[in-house]
Write a protein that binds this ligand. Structure first.
Ligand SMILES: Cc1cc2nc3c(=O)[nH]c(=O)nc-3n(C[C@H](O)[C@H](O)[C@H](O)COP(=O)(O)OP(=O)(O)OC[C@H]3O[C@@H](n4cnc5c(N)ncnc54)[C@H](O)[C@@H]3O)c2cc1C
Length: 448
């Protein structure tokens, strides 16, 4: 049976990190918001845990950064090692590159690791403090019942909640339901998908207390990423070829322990705490791109709008940053009584360009580790060395992945890449560094 429930200002479908961040932002401004989330229990799937500086700055604007900092572990540097792997399997360090967030002009010159579900709970607990926040869980969005095709207006949606199908009305609908978004389908958005020639195994296991720095190890045929979490845990990712997972399962857990013990002997005991393949998750990377994030009074955020390759640790951050920009826009629209949906285009204008760039950057990072040949590793080592040794190139890379600004790559970078170490670095660089950081006008252009 269907019943019509009172109207909401904004209905958000999906209580993942994107949907929850947006809901908190709206609840803080007394906007009547409903979040519909289908999963009753916290997710068991490993998801993004690395927070980039721009997401931390966004949480600071929302007044929750202290809590996030308390629950997370700071990573000011990502230590990257290229290892020479010999025929007998022994390893020798070929190149060490520190990727330094510390170079950034940000309140948070660091990445931070936080368990995904802990971050979601923290945001949800904050949102629950506001009367304007409504959370239906478990509840499933089933589709729209009333649409005005001509005016591109979505009016009512069906939601399965407490054994009833409830018809929900709202001024605005947001799809934050992840990569298989129903809202994206309702908006008729064509998805361009990229698949990859590799997969990942990912799992969290115990670490020694003093193992507190992020490390990535690559040889010509292996890649392992180690990202420490609070509470003496470490999140690991291991790159494998499609089909290798089945083969490894047949061989037994030793085949999983072995690369960790070889690349990072300090984690020998920790990795052996994994007792079953059930604890280890197979992650199949995929990239989705679409043309529009907004249609009429509907918008999509996070993985619903763009799924990115996980190599650069951007997926969760793009979802958070989408939520913050769209949230700020709704706050302005409701405060100034500017409720014409045409204003949602501001969100698409700011966020689509940034997400497309970071999706491309994540894709390029994936390509850098995609083929298991010695000549390919040599090429990567050359590129990494050149990128790290030139202050401008190093800064550009860290700035662009951090989300706090964007400095496009250009022809001069070719000279910087091939030329001498410190060429062209002077006062100009010090000033330029600041000018490429996004300010309020870039983030929220409707606030004249
Ligand atoms: C294995 C893995 C590892 C990752 N590692 C990283 C990383 O290291 N760094 C990083 O930044 N990103 C990483 N990501 C990506 C990151 O987790 C996602 O980009 C991020 O979670 C997207 O957030 P979201 O809120 O858009 O979507 P989701 O987290 O997918 O949340 C969507 C929510 O919507 C709910 N939902 C779906 N359909 C409906 C419906 N019809 N009705 C009601 N509710 C619905 C779902 O239950 C879910 O809770 C990883 C992802 C995976 C899968």
């Amino acid at each position: 049976m269907s019943q019509i429930l009172s109207e909401f200002d904004v209905v958000i479908i999906g209580g993942g990190i994107g949907g929850l961040t947006l809901s908190l932002k709206l609840a803080q401004a007394n906007i009547k918001v409903l979040v519909i989330e289908k999963e009753k229990q916290p997710g068991k799937i490993y998801k993004g845990e690395l927070l980039q500086p721009k997401s931390l700055e966004g949480f600071q604007e929302m007044g929750i950064s202290d809590m996030v900092v308390n629950e997370s572990l700071s990573l000011p540097v990502i230590h990257t090692y290229e290892m020479k792997e010999k025929k007998d399997g022994s390893l020798e360090e070929g190149l060490y590159i520190p990727l330094e967030y510390e170079r950034l002009h940000s309140q948070f010159p660091e990445a931070r690791m936080i368990p995904h579900e802990k971050l979601k709970k923290l945001v949800l607990d904050q949102a629950r403090k506001y009367d304007s926040f409504h959370y239906w869980n478990p509840a499933t969005f089933e589709g729209f019942t009333e649409m005005d095709e001509k005016n591109e207006q979505f009016n009512k949606a069906n939601v399965q909640f407490e054994n009833e199908v409830i018809e929900v009305e709202a001024k605005f609908f947001v799809g934050a339901e992840g990569r298989s978004s129903l809202m994206r389908k309702a908006m008729n958005q064509h998805v361009i998908t990229t698949q990859y020639n590799h997969q990942f195994l990912t799992v969290t296991f115990p670490r020694p207390e003093n193992f507190t720095e992020a490390r990535m190890y690559a040889s010509h045929k292996s890649f392992i990423g180690l990202f420490p979490l609070p509470d003496n845990q470490v999140r690991s990712v291991m790159l494998i070829k499609p089909g290798e997972y089945k083969q490894m399962k047949k061989q037994g857990l030793e085949s999983f322990y072995e690369p960790f013990e070889r690349f990072e002997p300090a984690l020998k005991d920790g990795v052996r705490a994994i007792e079953s393949w059930k604890q280890i998750q197979l992650m199949i990377p995929i990239r989705h791109n679409i043309n529009r994030y907004v249609k009429g009074n509907a918008a999509i955020i996070g993985d619903a709008a763009h799924t990115v390759h996980p190599m650069a640790g951007e997926g969760m951050n793009l979802a958070i940053q989408d939520a913050i920009v769209l949230g700020e826009l709704y706050v302005w629209m409701f405060r100034e009584n500017q409720l014409n949906p045409k204003h949602l285009k501001y969100y698409e204008k700011v966020r689509k360009k940034r997400s497309d760039r970071l999706s491309r950057l994540s894709h390029m990072s994936a390509i850098a580790y995609a083929w298991p040949y010695k000549w390919y590793q040599k090429g990567r080592m050359f590129a990494l060395k050149r990128l790290e040794r030139h202050p401008i190139l190093h800064y550009k890379h860290m700035l662009n992945i951090s989300g706090v600004g964007w400095w496009p790559y250009n022809l001069l970078d070719g000279f910087r890449f091939l030329g001498p170490r410190n060429a062209y670095v002077n006062n100009w660089f010090t000033q330029k560094k600041r000018s490429v950081i996004f300010d309020k006008k870039d983030d929220y252009p409707w606030l004249k």
